[in-house]
Design a protein around this ligand. Sequence first.
Ligand code: AMP
Ligand code: ZN
Ligand code: FE
Ligand code: FE
Length: 285
Amino acid sequence: MNPFDLTRNRYADLHVHTNFSDGTFSPEKVVDTAVEKGLSAIAISDHDCVDAIGPAIKHARKISLEIIPATELTVIKDGKEIHVLAYFISWKEKRFRDVLKGIQEGRLRRLDKMLEKLKKFGINLKKSRVIEIAFSKGSVGRLHLAKALLEAKAVSSIQEAFNKYIGDFKPCYVEEVGFRAEEVIEVISRAGGVPVLAHPKTIGDDSLVSEFIKLGVRGIEAYHTDQSYTQSKKYEKMAKDHGLIVTGGSDCHGMGKGRVLLGGVKVPYSVVEQLKQEAEKIRPI
Ligand code: AMP
Ligand code: ZN
Ligand code: FE
Ligand code: FE
């Protein structure tokens, strides 16, 4: 080991949400928490939204924390939602921001449809309340709706909301306005980002993981809160066998998943450098 390697003992959590999507912490609170956890870098990776990146960078400027601009996009495939992370994305680019704006509007139309379906189960929720729970900004999603269901005592837990009503293929589920698998890599690359397949275990079908490798993801999120050690090792091997970057992150949603996950999964800082090198290939700096 190189004793002069300054990246040693430096760690990054490459999957973090804020209250601009379905996390409960503001970008500033996320930054402060990351510093408390001793992290050197975090990727702000909200669903279909890059609006938290600016405030996070501004707040982190005075502290020694690096913010990696990112977002988590959704691919709809065979009725399933598959997530793809985009690192070092050109988050200020107007064309890319417009694409995200379209998706956020689609999310509100999707909310209308889910609320309609819930009515058939005798559950009447106000759209405005769900939007309030989503802090009236960014991406409105199912975690917000699950919270509204819990608040209205229609369910006794967030998990029950997903299991009974709004989980994939459940009766009140409506597909997100997502990308086609072939499309997502192109959209990310066009905006200078590095596409990485998020939490492959949740796809529940490794042949789809292989398909995304063929389509051109540049990394696999082998390490994730919901992936066991054995699963992580399996996806790490899959990534290495294909010359892809092995990434990882906690997928912290503030208190959105019941506890603060930030820093619970982290990768050596060298992974950030690999992502940077890859981004430079896509968009020469
Ligand atoms: P959306 O982007 O609106 O489809 O919502 C995705 C969010 O819902 C992510 O934060 C997921 O972690 C969460 N989610 C999806 N399915 C479940 C589930 N079965 N249980 C708990 N959370 C879920
Ligand atoms: Zn989420
Ligand atoms: Fe995800
Ligand atoms: Fe996520």
